[in-house]
Design a binder for this molecule. Structure first.
Ligand code: DGI
Ligand code: FE
Ligand code: FE
Length: 191
């Protein structure tokens, strides 16, 4: 593994709690296996996986303060739902604190929670690996989605989005317009 990966791994161990760090390693390994499947560079996906939740363990108040400080624009849903903020803030930190120059990795961190219409394959892999990695055990349909991740990535993305929408509605949580737009997009653009 290259030095950058070892460095970021050490840094994530410091800034994440134990469970979040284990989840992060799970995403990194799952994403790198998916890279092997889809003919991409496994190291690149490992690094994106390591960084995807880099802002997750920052206290909520501080997350909003940092977004203000760095002029990161938040939509109305993000202003109400702190659990969404780590994605955009994490993308900023990946670039400016952790020195990532690869725009695809930064984009994958930014869009890992809601997805976006027309995601690149790297974004789709991080979005999916986040949902299926080994430590996840609460989500419904995991065996099916894990299989789809290696057979039809767009179907996996769509199933994750539809299950997420069902979950959010059941908990009366506000749906980010991006989550709904991404769902609508993959509903009509499946390969
Ligand atoms: O950070 P993780 O827990 O690994 O996973 P994540 O970044 O995919 O999701 C964080 C949380 O965000 C998870 O509980 C689901 C939730 N979420 C995803 N889409 C939306 C959402 N929450 C709201 N309120 N609205 C959304 O559209
Ligand atoms: Fe996340
Ligand atoms: Fe995650």
């Amino acid at each position: 593994m290259n030095e950058k990966i070892i460095d970021i791994k050490h840094k994530m161990k410091k800034v994440l709690d134990k469970d979040r760090y284990q989840h992060t390693l799970g995403v990194a390994y799952t994403a790198s296996c998916m890279a092997m499947r889809y003919g991409l560079d496994p190291d690149r996906l490992f690094l994106a996986g390591l960084l995807h939740d880099c802002a997750k363990n920052i206290p909520n108040g501080e997350k909003y303060a940092l977004c203000k400080k760095y002029r990161i624009e938040l939509n109305e849903t993000e202003k109400k739902a702190p659990s969404l903020v780590h994605a955009k803030l994490g993308a900023y930190l990946a670039e400016h604190t952790y020195g990532i120059k690869d725009p695809e990795i930064i984009r994958a961190v930014r869009n890992h929670t809601t997805g976006r219409p027309g995601m690149s394959i790297i974004e789709k892999i991080i979005f999916t690996a986040d949902y299926i990695e080994l430590h996840r055990d609460q989500a419904p349909n995991l065996p099916e989605i894990r299989h789809m991740a290696f057979t039809d990535l767009d179907d996996a993305v769509l199933k994750i989005l539809s299950d997420t929408l069902v979950f959010l509605n059941s908990k009366d949580r506000p749906v980010d317009p991006m989550t709904k737009e991404t769902y609508d997009y993959y509903m009509t653009h499946r390969s």
